[in-house]
Design a protein around this ligand. Structure first.
Ligand code: SF4
Length: 323
């Protein structure tokens, strides 16, 4: 909702990081993958080419200004609307952030470019790296993550292993589980074998609790997720927010008066007409990742639902104004 901000969003409540200030360093939707569960939408530029997609100077200028105005956050997270390691200025951006603040820097990455030495060197400058691994073999990788042709599951796993050897900071590996896709015992066994090779500090299990790019991305139950977490080991935890009424974790909830007002404005808009994510972002002048949080809250409360029309997902109020 900050008019002047082009690259920053939030801070947003994050189950993994507390309050996290997002920094977009790659525009939508440039990625090495096109995951079926992506919340941002379909990948329009699937590439492995590292480039100066967004300029480090302008990103740092915006961050500097926000911090000088008193912005407070637990983490500064490089992520956003695509794969952040594609930005060839990633290392420079982290160096510059470290010059202006002590707030720890995290990178949310799909990890697919960690086979490249320059990407590993850039990522090693961060305090916490949060990569992903959703498949135990090539077949599941192709089905779930739909990678660029030059990337294979073995390249991803080996890159993660190399990075682990070189990096002494924290690696929190996210595994996104989908019913009938990677939740079968043989997939879990293969994913576990890969995790044993990678040796991350934490493994965090997630599932589909927000609107996704493709329909039929089915979530796992809390019990099933916990069962898999127990199987993977003591450093594995469930981070998916499957509850609607867990008040014990309020720091992660969208709960402030301002948030409630924004949700009501969004709900009123969706009562009048169905909107795509892009419509919501432009009407409410909101970054897509922030919009996704509000959409997700309203969806969990069963106040809105989504429908795919000609390949675009539209969000609608569950009760219409004239009903
Ligand atoms: S890696 Fe992330 S941004 Fe890229 S398609 Fe998958 S979920 Fe979306």
């Amino acid at each position: 909702m900050n008019k002047e901000r082009k690259y920053l969003y939030g801070p947003v409540p994050s189950r993994r990081l507390g309050r996290s200030l997002g920094v977009d360093i790659v525009p939508a939707k440039i990625c090495t993958l096109d995951c079926i569960y992506c919340q941002i939408g379909k990948t329009t530029n699937k590439t492995i080419e590292r480039k100066k997609y967004l300029p480090a100077e302008l990103i740092i200028e915006e961050l500097s200004l926000a911090l000088s105005q008193g912005l407070e956050t637990d983490y500064i997270t490089l992520a956003g609307s695509g794969e952040p390691t594609l930005n060839s200025e990633l290392g420079k951006i982290i160096d510059e952030i470290k010059k202006i603040t002590d707030i720890p820097v995290t990178i949310v990455t799909n990890g697919t470019l960690l086979y490249m030495k320059d990407v590993r060197d850039d990522c090693a400058k961060a305090d916490v790296v949060l990569p992903s691994l959703d498949a135990g073999d090539e077949e599941a990788f192709l089905k779930i993550n739909r990678p660029h042709p030059d990337i294979s599951i073995e390249k991803l796993i080996s890159g993660l292993c190399e990075f682990r050897k070189e990096y002494s900071g924290q690696i929190w590996l996210e595994v996104f589980l989908i019913e009938s896709a990677n939740s079968y015992p043989d997939q879990i066994a293969k994913i576990k074998a890969a995790i044993d090779r990678i040796q991350p500090d934490k493994v965090q299990l997630n599932t589909s609790v927000r609107p996704t790019t493709e329909e039929n991305v089915k979530k796992l139950s809390a019990d099933k997720l916990q069962e898999i977490a127990n199987l993977i080991g003591p450093n594995c935890e469930v981070i998916a927010d499957l509850t609607q009424s867990d008040n014990s974790d309020n720091k992660h909830k969208i709960a402030s008066k301002q948030d409630e007002m924004i949700m009501e404005t969004l709900f009123s808009m969706l009562k009048r007409r169905p909107c795509s994510l892009e419509d919501i972002c432009s009407s409410m002048n909101m970054h897509r990742n922030v919009a996704i949080k509000y959409i997700s809250e309203l969806t969990k409360l069963n106040r809105i639902h989504s429908e795919n029309i000609d390949g675009t997902k539209y969000f609608k109020a569950a009760i219409h104004i004239d009903s």
